[in-house]
Design a protein around this ligand. Structure first.
Ligand SMILES: Nc1ncnc2c1ncn2[C@@H]1O[C@H](COP(=O)(O)OP(=O)(O)OP(=O)(O)O)[C@@H](O)[C@H]1O
Length: 249
């Protein structure tokens, strides 16, 4: 029998010292699904993502991750400065004990797919633009073919063209490889474009989920008009207004 791949978060709370950051967080992420956590700065999004990815020790509640494998891409690319593009991408493959020749080939294929040029492959991170670093970071996260991908605001530092390009590549990968994604963002439009479900995390008095939104339209069919319309609708929702402390004009 095939095992069910899912991420189950149950009654999770977290504090740093005496400061409570998250309280009673519950949600589920299933195979092939994209769930985003949106909320204002300081609300505990990164803390929650890190708990889910086991980058932080869980104190209270349960997190059950039955996905076969997972990987992570951060807002800053976090490349190793002493390794070139190809070796940075191949890093995870090396950890998975894949032979060097094969690892280099897989790394090259995905680098080209993510818009890097042949000439870029032996460059070091210091010689790359921010956008190129982000492409490398994405390629590195996806080359290992994870079944679950954790994303920490991966598009926030990118210009609008590159943002759209990488988002489309991500959507394509999600569909083709049945990739599941948990990502955090404070960009509502991005969340609407990419998610099956959006969880709204409010900071006050302690980080908690106040509402969830689901979209029926397939992600590939969401054009700019859909995203703008849904954003306008959400911006009128009292939970969103309250969470982001928006003023109605
Ligand atoms: N290691 C830590 N030790 C102590 N406090 C921390 C630690 N990490 C985060 N915090 C605090 O926890 C709170 C939530 O931080 P977190 O980074 O999870 O929020 P966020 O919603 O991701 O914000 P942003 O969007 O600005 O990254 C903040 O008040 C932060 O100062």
């Amino acid at each position: 029998m095939e095992r069910i791949e899912q991420l189950l978060v149950k009654d999770v709370s977290h504090s740093f010292g005496f400061k409570e950051i998250l309280k009673n967080i519950n949600f589920k992420l299933e195979k092939g699904q994209v769930v985003s956590i949106v909320g204002p700065s300081g609300g505990g999004k990164t803390t929650l993502l890190h708990l889910c990815a086991k980058l932080l020790t869980l104190e209270e509640g349960k997190i059950k991750n039955s996905f076969k494998s997972s990987s992570f891409a951060f807002q800053e690319a976090r490349l190793l400065p002493w390794k070139n593009v190809l070796d940075n991408i191949a890093l995870g493959l090396k950890a998975n004990k894949i032979k060097k020749d094969k690892a280099q080939k897989l790394a090259k294929d995905i680098a080209l797919k993510f818009g890097l040029e042949e000439d870029d492959l032996d460059k070091f991170p210091k010689d790359l633009s921010g956008g190129m670093k982000q492409r490398v970071s994405f390629a590195r996260a996806l080359v290992v073919k994870p079944s679950l991908l954790f994303l920490d605001e991966p598009f926030s530092a990118l210009d609008i063209g590159l943002k759209k390009e990488l988002q489309s590549l991500l959507l394509k990968t999600i569909k083709e490889e049945k990739l599941s994604v948990l990502f955090i963002t404070h960009d509502l439009m991005e969340a609407i474009k990419l998610s099956d479900e959006i969880l709204v995390l409010k900071a006050e008095p302690v980080g908690h989920i106040v509402k969830s939104f689901k979209f029926d339209l397939e992600k590939e069919k969401r054009d700019d008009t859909f995203v703008y319309e849904q954003t306008a609708k959400l911006l009128k929702d009292e939970y969103i207004i309250n969470t982001f402390e928006l003023e109605l004009k």
